[in-house]
Write a protein that binds this ligand. Sequence first.
Ligand code: CAA
Length: 289
Amino acid sequence: MTADSSWIKKVVVVGAGQMGSGIAQVFAQAGYEVILSDITEELANKGKERISKGLDRIVKKGKITEEQKNEILSRIHPTVDLENNAKDADLLIEAIIEKMEAKKDLFKKVDKILPERAILASNTSSLSITEMASVTSRPEKFLGAHFFNPPPVMKLIEFIKGYQTSQETLDIMLDLGKRLGKTPVVAVEAPGFIVNRLLMPFLNEAYFALQEGIASVEEIDTAVKLGLNHPMGPFELSDFIGLDTILYIAEYLFNEFGEDKYRPCPLLRKMVRAGKLGRKTGEGFYKYN
Ligand code: CAA
């Protein structure tokens, strides 16, 4: 039976970067009150500005009115002060840096602030949910909620069941996922979950193919877009995600599984060392203005 999530009204998103602000937008568009927090006021406010720009685009397309945009924005409250703003929240989603220690420090802190009923979730793209949950007093109310970039557009949410996540928590979140207009899937905890477990070897193989001189960046991207009907080829997608993020996840899979098939391609390492991280640095496999 589906558990009801209608009691979830106030959501805290920690981390106002690309993913965090996108997730905050998804909740605000679905009518939730959202606390958007980061380590400085400036970063939290920047997150809200990013959302505002994204909404401007869909106002221009005629999908929402200026008034609806303002209503959505009025539900998003940027802050650094979790002590005072998160104490009556029903759900918290973490979208900070992909470092286990930073995430554990955060969850230790917020576990003491949020009420007992609240569910805690991490948007990690591959790290252990069980390990994060272990520092809280509520591992049964802890799970992975992995959104995809850009969150307002991508339909999928991967919900990850940690060792102690309860079925009730999962059912509540499945209901919530549908209220957000998303299609949720569930995976038990394993490195990379579902999507990144499949995506990383695929992207990595594209780098090896390029390194071996099989075809150019453009040709490989065209082949994948037209031959597989993907919206972006592997190099376009890599630049979009960020090569540093990809290397981080690829290394994690390689270390966790210890199998050669997950070994990150040397070309990827070289490009990360050269600072060619994709769109965010102006150059990756392609150049951006
Ligand atoms: N808020 C709400 N809606 C938005 C929006 C926003 N901020 N920005 C765009 N949209 C809507 C647009 O209105 C548009 O809707 P319609 O098609 O109904 O008009 C739609 O989203 C597409 O937007 P655009 O027309 O601007 O862009 P596009 O057609 O060029 O598509 C893209 C851009 C969605 C990014 C597409 O190229 C794509 O799907 N790429 C692949 C993305 C992908 O694979 N992401 C997953 C990355 S992996 C990951 O995230 C996991 C990880 O852990 C690494």
